[in-house]
Design a protein around this ligand. Structure first.
Ligand SMILES: [Fe+2]
Length: 424
């Protein structure tokens, strides 16, 4: 029997959190040796929000030279990653600042990677599509400024994209992709549509619950050396701490933030939950609901969620994850029932005698109803005939499936998807 793991790694990103954190961008950039800066954002933020202009102003006031790249694709693809890398490569930059949601921050990570360590695109991509080669050296400095309280991308070494050839989402994951500094300014969420707040807020909750219920790090095989320990190392005492607090804050603030435009306390609380969850799952990993979400988002191209009317139809990440979450947690609860019960209680459930998986599923469903989310995969247009393709798509995410607290096969995934068709 291979030796089991006894050690876990804690990698904590540098974070500055609070109102007007963006005003520290110039000084932070200079201290990281950045003078000529590529500022990544998306067209909607550039056109409809004050934040890219304000951030560029702070950078210029410190003496930095800034070139804005606003062509980031929402839900990026392999070709949009490569277009951003071409921009960075040709610009003579010495660092990047990203301002946006996960799509923008992930695009900046990929641009820095391919511009700095050029390679055929699939070399760094996760299995089974890519060659999973390690990033051979450090990347230039990257200051990430999230505008959604959700992805946690500012704290992780993961870049998610639609792999166009395979109609699936997949990732590039390596600790060298982690931004050098996160500037998290809760003021920016004031301009988010409420529907976007709801979707990204459920991404926060699932990050935290999946991190807390992931396979314990002690059940993984010990690597040949500490530096080979994966980022998805499983639940550990450090990630447990941030995950539970993120679940508690999400339970308290998500519905308030997603339904009341005036509730700045809720938006700030949710933003901090996103930060905690990002730091936690960056050190533990997520599992089934995220593996399933990549198939859901990859196959459906006709759904428009509330708050996303300005862009072509697609399933927003948080929705594609959380619609699977109740049925996934009913399945995983058998492996660690007490941890599922902890999550249900952290969400505010009273839990009087229900099965732990059911208690957690119902606590999540109550929040989803209150926030106005679609009622299961059927509401996105999925039917019985799609279940095989969904299960097949999710089965090709070994990085995530191996982090689940129990083994899961394609037939299990099909049954979990079936259970996710309608939630209430
Ligand atoms: Fe996520």
């Amino acid at each position: 029997m291979p030796p089991q793991e006894r050690v876990f790694t804690v990698e904590v990103p540098q974070v500055r959190f609070g109102a007007h954190a963006l005003a520290e961008a110039g000084e932070a950039a200079l201290s990281l040796g950045m003078k000529r800066i590529a500022l990544f954002t998306d067209r909607h933020l550039a056109k409809d929000s004050p934040w890219p202009g304000e951030l560029a102003q702070h950078l210029k006031a410190a003496g930095c030279d800034v070139a804005i790249y606003a062509d980031v694709r929402v839900e990026p693809t392999d070709s949009s990653f490569q277009a951003a890398a071409d921009f960075y490569r040709q610009g003579g930059f010495d660092g990047a600042v990203s301002l946006g949601g996960g799509s923008v921050m992930d695009t900046a990570k990929a641009a820095l990677l391919y511009a700095t360590h050029p390679a055929p695109f699939l070399d760094y991509v996760a299995a089974p599509y890519g060659r999973v080669l390690p990033v051979p050296g450090p990347l230039p400095p990257h200051i990430a400024c999230p505008t959604t309280s959700g992805t946690g991308s500012e704290c992780t070494g993961i870049a998610v994209f639609d792999f166009e050839g395979q109609a699936i989402k997949t990732v590039i994951a390596h600790r060298r992709l982690k931004p050098t500094l996160a500037l998290i300014d809760p003021r920016v969420t004031a301009t988010m549509p409420l529907g976007v707040l709801a979707s990204t807020g459920f991404d926060v909750l699932t990050h935290a619950i999946e991190s807390y219920t992931a396979r314990p790090y002690t059940l993984r095989e010990r690597p040949a050396s500490g530096s080979l320990r994966p980022m998805s190392q499983g639940a550990n005492p450090w990630s447990d701490m941030g995950s539970l607090e993120a679940i508690r804050l999400g339970g308290r603030y998500l519905v308030r933030a997603a339904t009341d435009r005036q509730d700045s306390e809720a938006r700030e609380g949710l933003m901090f939950a996103a930060t905690l969850a990002g730091i936690a799952f960056g050190n533990s990993g997520v599992h089934l609901p995220h593996a399933m979400s990549y198939a859901v988002a990859g196959l459906c191209h006709s759904f428009t969620a509330k708050g996303y009317e300005q862009i072509p139809p697609m399933v927003p990440h948080g929705i594609s994850v959380v619609l699977n979450a109740p049925s996934a947690f009913r399945f995983t609860a058998q492996a660690c029932p007490e941890r599922h019960l902890d999550c249900a209680k952290a969400l505010g459930a009273t839990c009087q005698g229900e099965e732990p998986g059911e208690a957690l599923a119902q606590a999540l469903i109550r929040l989803m109803q209150a926030a106005g989310l679609p009622n299961g995969l059927a509401a996105l247009g999925y039917e019985e005939k799609d279940l095989d393709a969904l299960a097949k798509g999710a089965a090709t995410q070994p990085r995530l499936l191996n982090n689940a607290p129990l083994p899961v096969c394609e037939a299990d995934l099909r049954a979990i998807f079936q259970n996710a068709q309608q939630l209430w």
